[in-house]
Design a protein around this ligand. Structure first.
Ligand SMILES: *Cc1c(COP(=O)(O)O)cnc(C)c1O
Length: 375
């Protein structure tokens, strides 16, 4: 006899909306019988990983009968030197997604609340609800704001109460691309009580151009012991498939995160690749240059098509399709072999998020979009 497992599941899990990933290329190939597909849907690095990272991963293959280094010593040494932080401040994760979950597991219970913004990264509600904690969703900026649909820090701060334990801030934010400026984020950190952990998710940090005044939150670690900064090797470092990310925090907080961490959460190929990739600054610069060029290419096209877009500090552009439904345009692009990302599930039904590709990929997207939008 079978049970109603839905009724038996933890209450938070019963109502949880699973993460909707970008459509994999292989799926489009299967479903539409298409080849020659361009995927601009998951903000991956179109240049791929550093060749040095790849070579290190290949070398590490010979030793996969062994468990990985559960403390990730080599990667922590490399990160500690690069970021100028103590090794004890680091927590490694199976992607930064893993680290976000560790924060939730370490600090949230069914008694407590987490705050995040509308139109923010979908993982925040998932890790909050999986614990059974209460999610408080702050209203985002209005469409006519300089950072449309971006985080409204005053609205977020207004939701803080005695039960608040965690605030998630994405800077720059995905899927909007919007960002918070140095002074406003610093004022926010100053105003948040010290018993509330503030996670600043900097998944796109490496792409941020200095003139945007989008801060490096690591500078504040000495001032705010409640600050947790998360970063990843999935985006600018081109290692999304290997899953490596990390948090930098006060060592006491890092100690707690590491207590709930699965002992071997980062695999040996990922550790080796990330350590080597971190040292390949030339590759990182090539990726950033390609992103700048692709961003210009895409924005120029949008201008020609009469489309506007949200300001973006990342490696993607959230384009406003006006009266058109983002999901319809997404489907039409699929038929033409181009995968973009609808963002209706983020409360943006008339936008489409497009990851910046290399020139030829952007050109494919542009041709397909021209075809779809033609009257
Ligand atoms: C892509 C992304 C992440 C990182 O995901 P990984 O688990 O590190 O691959 C985290 N936060 C935001 C806002 C992202 O867009």
């Amino acid at each position: 006899m079978s049970c109603d497992y839905f009724a038996l599941a933890a209450p938070g899990v019963r109502t949880l909306q699973p993460y909707q990933p970008g459509k994999p290329e292989s799926e489009l190939r299967r479903e539409y019988g298409l080849s020659d597909i361009v995927k601009l849907a998951s903000n991956e690095n179109p240049l791929g990983p550093s060749p040095k990272g790849l070579a290190a991963a290949r070398d590490a293959l010979s030793d996969i009968a062994r468990y990985p280094d559960g403390n990730g010593f080599n990667l922590k040494v490399a990160l500690s030197q690069r970021l100028n932080v103590p090794m004890a401040a680091l927590t490694l994760g199976n992607g930064s997604n893993d680290v976000l979950e560790l924060v939730a597991r370490a600090f949230l219970t069914t008694e407590y609340e987490a705050i995040f913004s509308e139109h923010a990264f979908a993982v925040y509600p998932i890790v909050t609800q999986a614990i059974g904690a209460t999610a408080r969703v702050a209203k985002a900026n209005p469409p006519d704001h300089a950072m449309p649909y971006g985080h409204d820090l005053a609205a977020m701060r207004a939701l803080v109460n005695d039960r608040t334990r965690v605030v998630f801030v994405a800077n720059p934010n995905n899927p909007t691309g919007t960002w918070l400026k140095t002074s406003e984020l610093e004022a926010f950190l100053t105003a948040i009580p010290k018993q509330v952990i503030v996670v600043i998710d900097e998944a796109y940090f490496e792409y941020v151009e200095p003139e945007l005044d989008c801060p490096d939150a690591l500078h504040w670690l000495g001032h705010f012991p409640n600050l947790v900064v998360t970063r990843t090797f999935s985006k600018a470092y081109g290692l999304a498939g290997l899953r490596v990310g990390y948090a930098v925090s006060d060592p006491q907080v890092a100690d707690l995160l590491n207590r709930v961490r699965e002992p071997f959460n980062v695999n040996s190929l990922a550790l080796a690749a990330a350590t080597a990739a971190l040292g390949d600054l030339d590759h990182l610069e090539r990726g950033k240059a390609a992103n700048r060029a692709g961003m210009r290419q895409l924005q120029e096209t949008c201008r020609q098509f009469g489309l506007t877009w949200l300001p973006s500090a990342g490696n993607f552009l959230c384009v406003d399709l006006g009266h058109r439904a983002g999901r319809d345009v997404f489907v039409e692009l699929l038929k033409r072999g181009v995968i973009a990302r609808p963002v209706d599930n983020y409360g943006l039904p008339h936008h489409l998020r497009i990851s910046i590709g290399v020139e030829a990929e952007n050109a494919r997207l542009i041709d397909a979009l021209a075809d779809v939008l033609k009257p």
